[in-house]
Design a protein around this ligand. Structure first.
Ligand code: NAD
Ligand code: SER
Length: 316
């Protein structure tokens, strides 16, 4: 059993991926790591290391101490936060990936690194965006993810590093809060609705974006990492899709549960980012190469988010 290190395990994706991998691989085989001194409660059941991935010595010390053979490198600055400090976003997103890829040359069996729909840009076809198409990202986040994809393919081709990647759409889950992306509204809106509050959306009502429920994202990640290397025909990053909706559409789905829920729209700087991204994604390569299938559409997502958040939010 390969020992696994998850970098950025306390984040929105990392929390749920750590939980699932521990269920599948055994708690002791999945080492969570993040900047925090202590893990968040949801992943406090197993091994945890405080790690700043920019610290190469500390990273290698952990690889050695646990004899780590697989790394899931999730730490990154996301799209909206990245625009506040582009130099830092580039530094973290790029240098940390190169550190992990270098370790892959002699110490690791497999690496997972997520990309994003942010690799696409205003010149990319908006509907059913193909796997291979015009890429013209205009955020530092998107530029770093596109460069990262090229590095992943380079390390695979040149050094045989088995690195695998998915271009996630906006991820929506109830266990952890999102960390500074443009799609975060689709999580925030549920918290407001369930608390009985109105929601002021930072995107306009008809902004269509690709989205995915967290269970599907975790499933896709593990499916890709578990499939035979021969099935992984895309070594940059796979398009991945489940559903697309607008703020108006998700609000009206929520109103089926909370008829008094109200949404208003006050687009901010994130509107321009959203406008540069696709409305829907062609993920047929993932479906054909390694059997990707999603389980959650908008209705299932809404039902599940509301059912679970109702149980976890404590009202005064
Ligand atoms: P997040 O911001 O919620 O979590 C990132 C985690 O990384 C945080 O816990 C943070 O403390 C940690 N981190 C930051 N800097 C670090 C460092 N120097 N060393 C170690 N840890 C550090 O992000 P997320 O939403 O969980 O995203 C995880 C990955 O998935 C990212 O690479 C992101 O680009 C990608 N992704 C996410 C989405 C989404 O909608 N959430 C969509 C597409 C791609
Ligand atoms: N959900 C992410 C973001 O909005 C997409 O990578 O930044």
């Amino acid at each position: 059993m390969d020992k696994i290190l998850i970098i950025g395990a306390c984040g929105q994706l990392g929390t749920e991926l750590t939980q699932r991998l521990r269920e599948l691989k055994g708690t002791e085989n999945v080492i969570a790591s993040d900047l925090r001194d202590e893990p968040i409660k949801l992943i406090a059941d197993g091994p945890y290391e405080k790690l700043d991935i920019m610290d190469k010595d500390a990273f290698h010390a952990i690889l050695g101490r646990y004899n780590i053979k697989q790394v899931y490198h999730l730490a990154a600055v996301l799209s909206a936060k990245g625009e506040q400090n582009p130099q830092f976003a580039w530094k973290l997103n790029m240098e940390s990936l190169l550190l992990v890829l270098e370790a892959g040359r002699d110490r690791l069996n497999k690496i997972y690194w997520p990309s994003s729909i942010a690799v696409f840009g205003p010149d990319t076809p908006k509907e059913n965006t193909p796997q291979n198409t015009v890429m013209s990202p205009n955020t530092v986040y998107g530029i770093s993810k596109l460069a990262g994809e090229r590095w992943c393919e380079y390390y695979f081709e040149k050094y045989g590093v088995d690195v695998r990647s998915l271009r996630y759409p906006g991820l929506i889950g109830y266990k952890a809060l999102p960390g500074g992306g443009t799609t975060d509204y689709a999580v925030d809106i549920f918290h407001k609705a369930i608390a009985g509050d109105d929601y002021e959306c930072f995107l306009s009502e008809n902004t269509m974006l690709p989205m995915m429920y967290m269970d599907d994202a975790v499933k896709a990640t593990i499916d890709l990492m578990e499939t035979d290397a021969a099935n992984v025909k895309v070594r940059s990053s796979y398009n991945l899709a489940a559903m697309s909706f607008t703020p108006k559409e998700i609000a009206s789905e929520i109103q089926k549960h909370y008829p008094d829920f109200k949404i208003t729209y006050k687009p901010d700087f994130r509107q321009k980012i959203a406008d540069s991204w696709p409305g829907s994604i062609d993920d047929s390569a993932a479906r054909n190469n390694w059997g990707w299938q999603h389980n959650f559409g908008l209705k299932e997502l809404t039902n599940t988010m509301i059912a679970n958040l109702k149980d976890t939010i404590v009202f005064d």
